[in-house]
Design a protein around this ligand. Structure first.
Ligand code: FAD
Length: 404
């Protein structure tokens, strides 16, 4: 047969290929990617790889021999269309690949900076290894770095740039950093932490345009009227899911490729996983699109099981991490913007957690340098958590007692 064809050789696509073989799938597996080289992990791009603490071999998901050993065909190229009636994936350049089952693991791409001057040299984004390599070499000899957006990637990059000795200014339009992902308490902690690293973090400060000379950026003009000098600008203002293939094939899109709780699209021969996908989640109380390694990996495993006949709904507990300087932030669960926050431990000790509750029910735990709270949260949230806000806030209360 034509086997499984996977579009996108990133975190999710790689995991699906590997998990299919692990699960005993014997048919052909083709992993099509449009980036050069072997599939790699993105998280180190804004952490150890950028800093120079990890090389290419450390970020590659597996060495080349793995793919031959497991009969995974790594194909380089870009899919340009899907012929659903004939079950063929169309490739740029005119070739096509037959499939029995097609999996879209196309990920997301950076949102372009929508201001005048975005074409200037010196403006960078951070999504791919190529982006990280370009940024790494641009940083050599740089004096002023301006980061646009205090999300995870912006703040991780800022921490690395400070550690490398650069002057760093972060401009954030919202009133707090990481606003979409964490509680106000956690945002406040990261404001202090980045100030202590020597980063200038300006909140409520949007970007009007980039100033330049000779085709290169020289500064960032902000809504406060100031032009912040910059030789390197990094924009981290979010991503857009890569849904075009699915959309043009007539599949439903709603902030992502719409799938059911088995990660299937409306076409029984097409599934989708990872950053590109909007799926129904009890944690979100509806459809959600998540951008995390956990989400891509767990969805890949769930789909691999289905493709070898062990079908089960996707119910994994969402979790995420971010490393900024010596701070490890871990988040488990999904909190809503109005969920309450209960502090466990003292932020001044740089080891604490924020427990989030809705109507008295635990929805998420945000932990800094407290991996035990995080791991416990994964187990609690997999079931019906019975922890009360009072227990969460009482360090004398043994969280482990909730598991027995
Ligand atoms: P991707 O890994 O993005 O892979 C999609 C691939 O598909 C890409 O290579 C893309 O080029 C390719 N593609 C798209 N369209 C086509 C086409 N038509 N034809 C062929 N190929 C195509 N997550 C965490 O949990 N923790 C972290 O600390 C963390 N840090 C991160 C740091 C950075 C700098 C970045 C960019 C992301 C980080 N993430 C982190 C997020 C995590 O990397 C993503 O959630 C994960 O990679 C999603 O996997 P995916 O397979 O859905 O997409």
């Amino acid at each position: 047969g034509a086997g499984v064809v996977i579009v996108g050789a990133g975190q999710g696509g790689f995991q699906l290929a590997a998990s299919l073989r692990e699960a005993g799938f014997d048919g052909p597996v083709t992993l099509l990617g449009d980036e050069p080289g072997l599939p790699y992990q993105r998280p180190p791009l804004s952490k150890a790889y950028l800093k120079g603490d990890a090389g290419i071999e450390q970020i590659e998901l597996r060495p080349a021999a793995f793919y031959t050993q497991h009969r995974i065909i790594l194909a380089h190229g870009r899919a340009s269309g899907i012929d659903r009636a004939r079950r063929r994936l169309l490739l740029e350049g005119g070739a096509s690949l037959p499939y029995e089952h097609l999996v879209l693991a196309t990920g997301a791409r950076n949102r372009p900076l929508p201001v005048p001057g975005h074409e200037l040299g010196g403006l960078h984004a951070l999504r791919t290894r190529a982006d990280a390599d370009a940024l790494k070499s641009a940083l050599a000899g740089t004096r002023h770095v301006v980061v646009i957006g205090a999300g995870f990637i912006g703040l991780e990059f800022a921490a690395v740039a400070r550690a490398l000795g650069h002057g760093v200014t972060v401009l954030e339009a919202a009133s707090r950093p990481l606003a979409r992902a964490v509680s106000p308490d956690m945002s406040a902690f990261f404001v202090e932490a980045h100030a202590a690293m020597g980063t200038r973090l300006l909140l409520g400060t949007g970007v009007v345009g980039l100033a330049g000379a000779g085709g290169r950026v020289t500064g960032v003009e902000a809504t406060d009227g100031v032009v912040y000098p910059a030789d390197v600008v990094v924009a981290g203002i979010g991503v857009t899911p890569n849904v075009e293939l699915a959309a043009e094939a007539g599949l439903e899109i709603a902030n992502g490729i719409v799938v059911d709780d088995h990660l299937a699209t409306a076409d029984p021969a097409i599934s989708a996983i990872g950053d590109a996908v909007a799926y129904p989640s009890r944690f979100a109380g509806g459809r959600v699109r998540l951008e995390s390694v956990q989400n891509a990996v767990d969805q890949a495993r769930c789909l691999a099981a289905r493709l070898v006949g062990r079908s089960a709904p996707f119910e994994a507990v969402p979790w995420f991490w971010s490393d900024q300087g010596d701070l490890k932030l871990q988040i488990v669960g999904l909190a809503g913007p109005t969920d309450s926050a209960v502090l466990r431990g003292d932020p001044a000790s740089r080891r604490f957690s924020v427990f989030r509750f809705r109507d008295g029910v635990l929805t998420a735990i945000e932990s800094v340098n407290r991996p035990a709270d995080h791991m416990l949260g994964r187990r609690l949230l997999a079931g019906t958590p019975r922890i009360t806000p009072a227990q969460a806030g009482d360090e004398g209360f043994e969280l482990k007692s909730l598991l027995t």
